[in-house]
Design a protein around this ligand. Sequence first.
Ligand code: SME
Length: 164
Amino acid sequence: MESSFVLPLGLNKAEAYARFLNDYTAFITGETDIVAALANTSAALHEAFGFFWVGFYIVASDEWLSLGPFQGSVACTRIRRGRGVCGTAWAKGRTLVVPDVDAFPGHIACSSASRSEIVVPLRDARGEIHGVLDIDSDRLAAFDDDDQRGLEAVVEVLCSTLWQ
Ligand code: SME
C-alpha cells in the first residue's frame, strides 16, 4: 500500500480539506482497529497540513482521557474530564476552537510553543464520546471556521468507520 496525503500547492483551506477528505475517506473506510485508524489519521493530517501537534486523547474511564496516537513532541499522558481544552471539549461534547491558549482558563501546556488549538470530540452513532482529536499550532489564531468544518467532517468519517 502506498498513499500520500501531500496536497498540491495553491489550494485555499476549504479546497485543501475537500481534497483531503476525499482521499482520506477512500483510505480509512473499512479500518476497524482503533489504534491503526487513529495512528494513520494523525499521520495523514500531519502530512497534509503540517500541523505542529496532531493526535488523539482516548476516553479511558469516566474521569480520564489517555494519550493516544499522535504526531509531534511528547505530550501529557492523562487529562481529567473538564480540564484543559481537551477535557472541556469532552465534558461539553462539542468542538472548541481556542485562538490564544494563554487566554483559555486551565489550558494544559504540553509544549510552551503551542499558541492556538482546536479539539473535536469523537462520537459514535449513539452519541457516546470515545475520545477527542486535538490539534495545536505554534501560531496564534491558526484555526477558523474552515478548519472546524473540515476537521469535523474528517472525524465524522473516522467515527463512522470505527463505530458505524
Ligand atoms: N493543550 C491541551 C493538552 C494536550 S496538548 O495540547 C497535546 C489541553 O489543554 O487540553
